[in-house]
Design a protein around this ligand. Structure first.
Ligand SMILES: [Cu+2]
Length: 154
């Protein structure tokens, strides 16, 4: 028992000692996982976008249907098409696959913010799927460069 406990501590230490500590929000529910969830600080007091990776570890396709947050009146799914935001979704997450919400593609649009989101704030966002979930994730508000650097972009 004692040995197993120290093994866990070692693993936790290694995780933090990696290239840089991950700041993006992370949550897991069944075969659904959200990682790298970030909100770039917005110039707008009423709107902010959120980026993340939605992963489906299951063997059947899952549809991401939308999201809610106590800090926003509503959350839309948008796609950046040539710099213009257009409504998108519902998004299908393939079995054993993922959907990337990142600059130049999909994002969540938090609309009607209860209060402006500042760097250092955290917003809880609840993601709804047609099966499994919901998935609640605490999403940190970071400056734009830090937020984008959290995303697994290649
Ligand atoms: Cu948008």
């Amino acid at each position: 028992m004692r040995q197993r406990f120290s093994g866990l501590i070692l693993l936790a230490t290694l995780g933090v000692a990696g290239c840089h500590p991950a700041r993006g929000g992370h949550a897991l529910a069944g075969s659904l996982e959200v990682t790298h969830a970030v909100i770039p600080a917005s110039a707008s007091p009423t709107e902010a976008s959120a980026f993340m990776v939605l992963t489906n570890h299951g063997s059947t396709a899952v549809t991401f249907e939308g999201a809610t947050s106590p800090v926003a009146a509503s959350i839309a799914v948008h796609k950046d098409v040539g710099g213009l935001m257009q409504p998108a979704g519902p998004l299908q997450v393939p079995p054993g696959g993922y959907v990337l919400l990142a600059p130049g593609s999909y994002h969540l649009m938090l609309e009607g913010l209860v209060h402006p989101l500042a760097i250092g704030d955290t917003a809880t966002v609840t993601l709804e799927f047609d099966q499994g979930g919901p998935l609640s994730v605490r999403v940190p508000v970071l400056n734009y460069t830090d937020a984008v650097s959290e995303l697994p972009l290649r």
